[in-house]
Design a protein around this ligand. Structure first.
Ligand code: SAM
Length: 254
């Protein structure tokens, strides 16, 4: 029997917990993460050929497809792609979706004007290879928007603490007690997107974090120019409870 690789585990994780859940219907993702709209400025990309790497359930594709004529999404996992297809069909469009590995995309050289990837490259074993693939399919005057986890942020600290506690309970008390504990937290009224976010924090088989220096080095080595690195939501998840914190100058600059 073929040995399960870490990539297979990642694929299986998203089969079980496809990200995005019910977010799409009310557009609440962009309400929860207002800075996403600032980063994307969707209208700026009108008329461009766009690729979403690791499109998941299509939350961002849905923003682009109605106003942009050539938008392609790729993802390694079948379940999120099925959801994306259904949702894009529901708004009256025929989606261009491909199931493939971002580290080896069946796409031609220099095809896209804009490639974006939200929260994906830190979940693939060879992220540098993935970044080289993005560079390969991008036109020479193209633009990318990539979102990665920052090593030095409160969100990362909280995720790491959660994962350590999860492992401790699993080791000391066993899977049944662990599942009971998780159910107690998840039992509250949560939509599938929120459940998936919690499960991802505890159970995702592969999460990487990057410093700004690492990001700069990797993207430069691959051949990207004019690299701009921004950090958002340094105080997440405290900023969700106390949104005014994000308005304080020192935290904005973080
Ligand atoms: C955290 S979700 C993000 C989905 C979407 N970008 C979003 O923001 O809602 C990560 C997605 O990346 C996909 N993914 C992970 N590794 C991949 C790989 N090597 N190639 C293609 N897709 C991959 C997963 O299947 C999953 O749908």
């Amino acid at each position: 029997m073929k040995k399960q690789t870490i990539k297979d585990e990642v694929k299986d994780f998203y089969k079980k917990y496809p990200c995005g859940g019910d977010w799409l219907k009310d557009d609440s993702r962009y309400k929860i993460l207002p800075w996403l709209s600032e980063v994307f400025e969707h209208n700026r990309h009108k008329g461009k050929i766009i690729l979403d790497v690791g499109c998941g359930t299509g939350i961002d594709l849905l923003r682009y497809i109605p106003t942009h004529n050539a938008v392609v999404g790729i993802d390694i996992s079948e379940t999120p792609l099925k959801i994306a297809k259904r949702r894009i069909n529901e708004i009256g469009y025929a989606p261009l979706l491909i199931r493939c590995d971002l580290e080896n995309m069946p796409l031609k050289y220099e095809t896209f004007d804009m490639v974006y990837s939200i929260g994906v490259l830190h979940h693939t074993p060879d992220h540098e290879r993935g970044i080289r693939e993005i560079h390969r399919v991008l036109k020479s005057d193209g633009e990318i928007i990539i979102l990665l986890y920052h090593k030095y942020s409160l969100a990362t600290l909280i995720t790491k603490i959660n994962r350590t506690v999860y492992k401790l309970i699993a080791t000391l008390a066993g899977p049944k007690v662990l599942e009971r504990c998780l159910e107690l937290i998840i039992r509250r009224k949560m939509n599938p997107a929120e459940v998936a976010a919690f499960r991802e924090m505890w159970e995702h088989p592969l999460i990487k974090y990057f410093t700004k220096g690492e990001i700069n080095r990797i993207f430069k080595e691959v051949g990207f120019k004019n690299i701009q690195i921004l950090t958002f939501d340094a105080l997440y998840p405290l900023s969700r409870v106390f949104p005014k914190l994000n308005k304080i100058d020192v935290f904005q600059r973080l």
